[in-house]
Design a protein around this ligand. Structure first.
Ligand code: NAP
Length: 278
């Protein structure tokens, strides 16, 4: 793995702090944008079976000419494939569509059934069969994050959840730190809403940076992995240009203060579970 950009290390696995998201990118756009992102310098790509673009993502990686060993690739198992047997078949399907073995395979959203013992057992088995290098979670509240790790043989490298300036994530960040895991922020730009934020724009002016760049910098300065998505090559370059400035403690706090109770954008949590309360 290239050491040229900041990364977090969990269980000896290095994960670049800035990745490229591909939700809602049609296969041809995913192929084009993944290849472009890798040319720009991104070394971490995020997809999922449910995005229906794994083939495009795999082709984009091959088009880029970047050494596979220098790329960190994540995909996810959709909730209908959580039973033992189904999960391993779904993991094999992802490997086939990608044409690559992912570095990280996540459970996309927590479900009460099948049991965590069954689903985490199947996820560990997929890893043991070589269908992924490592495993993790997505959208798990603290209680379920702890429970999943307690029944998993392998380390759960990350919990990928919604996180941006309009949402506080204090309890879950503390849980991840306590478990020795990491947090990956999805919708890190609040799906573009940060572009019109006067506080973030004001901070950006002081650094000659855009609201998107300030927001991504705010995330990686917390050692949170951020995976912004764009369909535009110019914005992919803009979002990558965040390694030459530092936000002060006061600027970090001004952005934290933007969190609000109704800040969550995408919610699909099973009614059996509850998000952490801050
Ligand atoms: N695990 C999960 O359940 C889950 C859920 C949602 C997302 N994700 C992952 O997280 C990734 C990112 O989340 P997301 O796609 O929801 O949203 P996002 O990255 O927060 O925002 C993407 C939107 O912001 C715009 N944008 C990109 N860069 C910008 C900039 N510098 N300034 C202003 N606007 C900008 C894009 O428009 P243009 O295309 O026009 O640039 C796009 O409409 C996804 O692609 C996916 O990989 C995971």
């Amino acid at each position: 793995m290239s050491q040229s950009q900041p990364a977090v290390t969990v269980d000896d696995v290095s994960i670049p702090l800035l990745g490229f998201g591909t939700w809602q990118l049609e296969p041809a756009d995913a192929r084009r944008m993944v290849a472009e992102a890798l040319r720009i310098g991104y070394r971490h790509i995020d997809t999922a079976r449910i995005y229906n673009n794994e083939e495009g993502v795999g082709q984009g990686i091959r088009d880029s000419g970047v050494d596979r060993a220098d790329i960190f690739l994540t995909t996810k198992i959709w909730v209908e494939d959580f039973a033992d047997g189904d999960l391993q078949r779904a993991a094999a399907g992802s490997v086939e569509r990608l044409g690559l073995t992912p570095d990280l395979l996540l459970l996309h959203w927590p479900r009460p059934t099948p049991s965590f013992v069954e689903t985490l057992g199947a996820l560990n088995d997929a890893r043991a069969r070589g269908l992924t290098r490592s495993i993790g979670l997505s959208n798990f509240p603290s209680a379920q994050f702890r429970e999943a790790q307690s029944v998993s043989d392998a380390w759960l490298l990350t919990n990928q959840v919604e996180y941006h300036p309009y949402l506080s994530l204090r309890p879950l960040l503390a849980t991840a730190a306590d478990l020795g895991s990491s947090i990956t922020a999805w919708s890190p730009l609040a799906q573009g809403r940060i572009a019109d934020d006067p506080v973030i724009a004001d901070i950006g002016r002081a650094h000659g940076k855009t609201p998107g760049q300030v927001t991504l910098r705010w995330l990686i300065q917390q050692d949170v992995i951020a995976i912004p998505r764009t369909s535009k090559e110019s914005r992919a370059a803009e979002n990558f240009d965040i390694f030459d400035f530092v936000l002060s403690d006061e600027e970090m706090l001004r952005i934290h203060a933007l969190a609000r109770p109704d800040g969550r954008i995408g919610d699909w949590i099973d009614p059996a579970f509850k998000w952490d309360q801050d």
